[in-house]
Design a protein around this ligand. Structure first.
Ligand SMILES: Nc1ncnc2c1ncn2[C@@H]1O[C@H](COP(=O)(O)OP(=O)(O)O)[C@@H](O)[C@H]1O
Ligand SMILES: [Mg+2]
Length: 266
């Protein structure tokens, strides 16, 4: 699988750091087939450097869904050798195969890929003000994803992990969320956000989230509600983590992380 993924790299219209394989459903919908072109699904096998990344991404995407963040259909699959891989349905293809235009925030800000970490929450807000058809709506969605990402200790939420998509009606909106993962589990020393808010990548306080909301034009009452929604998701999140596919020690670490970060929001 990894050899195949390496072979596909560069041939597929999917970029990113981790190896990926493009798949489609067979005609009788009974199995996935390799699809060098026209794939409807993206398979991310377990990377060689870190353990339990598919299970981590699967859980983190579920936790995002729990606070109302829109995500594509996704799941875990077992490969022939029993390895677990993460699979997600593409959001940029219509049922008839039409490809929708997608531009990530690195492209929208006209930055080369190597500058994908040269972003900030504030820059993302400005990008939405400039390009989204309904900036106020999209900015609230962005705020939720950035808040959640921090809460789940995702230190890899850079400019290429946000994109706008052009709907068939010609409206530019945020894509469903993708690539959400608790990077602190595989890299315990990773305590920094990829993109600062209020100039800070760590030790962020409740007040700084409120200040960032103010910059984003979100009224204070609405911002307080958004923080409260993340706080209210704690109990169910702990249960989701408990019933996830992570090993017990990583479950406990993940639970400690979200409990700690929830306390910072109170
Ligand atoms: N469900 C999806 N539909 C369409 N494009 C996607 C989807 N998920 C990811 N992508 C695109 O593929 C790229 C790589 O996927 P991502 O999950 O970010 O992998 P990596 O962990 O390698 O960064 C993303 O930057 C995005 O442009
Ligand atoms: Mg990515």
């Amino acid at each position: 699988m990894m050899g195949l993924a390496a072979e596909m790299a560069g041939k597929m219209s999917i970029s990113g750091v981790q190896e990926k394989v493009s798949l489609r459903l067979s005609d009788d919908k009974s199995r996935f087939e390799i699809a060098p072109t026209g794939g409807r699904y993206i398979l991310k096998p377990e990377p060689s450097r870190f353990a339990f990344v598919p299970q981590n991404e699967h859980l983190t995407m579920r936790l995002a869904e729990l606070v109302g963040i829109e995500v594509p259909p996704f799941g875990l699959v077992e490969l022939k050798d029993k390895a677990i891989a993460y699979i997600i349905k593409r959001f940029d293809r219509l049922d008839d195969g039409t490809k929708l235009q997608v531009e990530d925030f690195c492209q929208l800000d006209e930055k080369p890929i190597r500058d994908k970490y040269q972003g900030s929450g504030e820059l993302c807000v400005r990008i939405l003000r400039k390009y989204a058809t309904e900036p106020l709506i999209e900015i609230r969605k962005l705020f939720k994803v950035l808040l959640f990402s921090w809460w789940a200790s995702n230190g890899d939420q850079h400019l290429k992990n946000f994109s706008l998509i052009r709907t068939p009606e010609g409206r530019w909106r945020l894509t469903p969320a993708y690539d959400l993962i608790c990077t602190r589990l595989p890299i315990p020393s990773d305590r920094d956000l990829a993109m600062p808010i209020c100039g800070k990548k760590n030790n962020i306080t409740k007040q700084q989230w409120l200040d960032f909301a103010k910059y984003a034009g979100i009224p204070e009452r609405a911002a307080v509600r958004l923080l409260q929604e993340q706080i209210d998701a704690l109990e169910l999140s702990l249960r989701f983590i408990e019933s996830s596919f992570l090993p017990d020690d990583l479950k406990i670490q993940y639970q400690d992380i979200v409990q700690h970060n929830t306390a910072l929001l109170r």
